[in-house]
Design a protein around this ligand. Structure first.
Ligand SMILES: C[S@@+](CC[C@H](N)C(=O)[O-])C[C@H]1O[C@@H](n2cnc3c(N)ncnc32)[C@H](O)[C@@H]1O
Length: 226
């Protein structure tokens, strides 16, 4: 599993985002209604906050509506920068977290030499956003996150446990493509990108909407090694 994506770089990947932003544009704040229980996510963001000083720069990658994470981090005294592919999600995040800075952009736009240079960060939150990328790209995204963090910086990551790659699923009236790993595979790919895993938790989650299947959510709390 850790070899997935080995030898690839962004230039050799043909990125296909067809339908991904459109799906979240049409989902809008129904996303928060379908996923109202966020204990794992809130706990992981608390873990970030415990390690950060007031004014710390935090990147919320695939920020969605800004709830709960960007809101929680801003309330905790952080300078929050959010990035999301969906214009509707960025508009909701700007409304929910007016003091945050939000960009409608692709995760891949933050790659070294890419079109969006946001500078460095003390922490990154990536809750259920890397799962929107194909498996070949996820090691590149993790390496990119490593490069955006200062040494000793922290990453809170969540994924859904599933052995699928760029797999189309129905989701709140749209179709999205998702990728997952089994637990050990996820740990391997995160460690291979230069992180040490300080903590892990998982939750069996039954969303409120019957249009989203039950899922096993994995949260990893990680520190950037030098
Ligand atoms: C499952 S939602 C998670 C939202 C939020 N992080 C949360 O946990 O509440 C995934 C988010 O990632 C965004 N997204 C999907 N592909 C992306 C990409 N390539 N670059 C940036 N954002 C992306 C979607 O628009 C959506 O808002």
């Amino acid at each position: 599993m850790s070899g997935a994506g080995e030898g690839l770089d962004y230039d050799s990947l043909k990125l296909d985002r067809t339908g991904q932003a459109e799906a979240f544009d049409s989902i809008g704040d129904r996303y928060d209604e379908a996923f109202p229980h966020k204990e794992g996510q809130v706990g992981s963001a608390d873990w970030l906050l415990e390690r950060l000083s007031p004014g710390a720069r935090v990147l919320d990658l695939g920020c969605g509506t800004g709830l709960p994470t960007a809101r929680q981090l801003a309330d905790g005294g952080c300078a929050v920068v959010g990035v999301d592919l969906s214009a509707a999600m960025v508009a909701l995040a700007r409304h929910n977290v007016p003091e945050g800075e939000f960009h409608r952009a692709d995760i891949a736009d933050l790659r070294p030499g890419g079109p969006l240079d946001l500078g460095g960060f003390d922490a990154v939150a990536a809750f259920f956003s890397l799962l929107m990328l194909p498996r070949a790209e996820i090691p590149l995204a993790l390496t990119m996150i490593h490069g955006l963090l200062r040494p000793g910086g922290v990453l809170a990551l969540s994924m859904v446990e599933a052995d699928v790659d760029d797999f189309a699923i129905p989701f709140l009236g749209s179709t999205i493509r998702v990728t997952g790993y089994l637990r050990d595979g996820l740990r391997e790919v995160v460690e291979a990108a230069g992180f040490t895993i300080e903590g892990e938790s998982s939750y069996t989650y039954a969303p409120e909407s019957s249009d989203v299947p039950p899922e096993e959510q994995i949260f990893l709390r990680c520190t950037r090694l030098d």
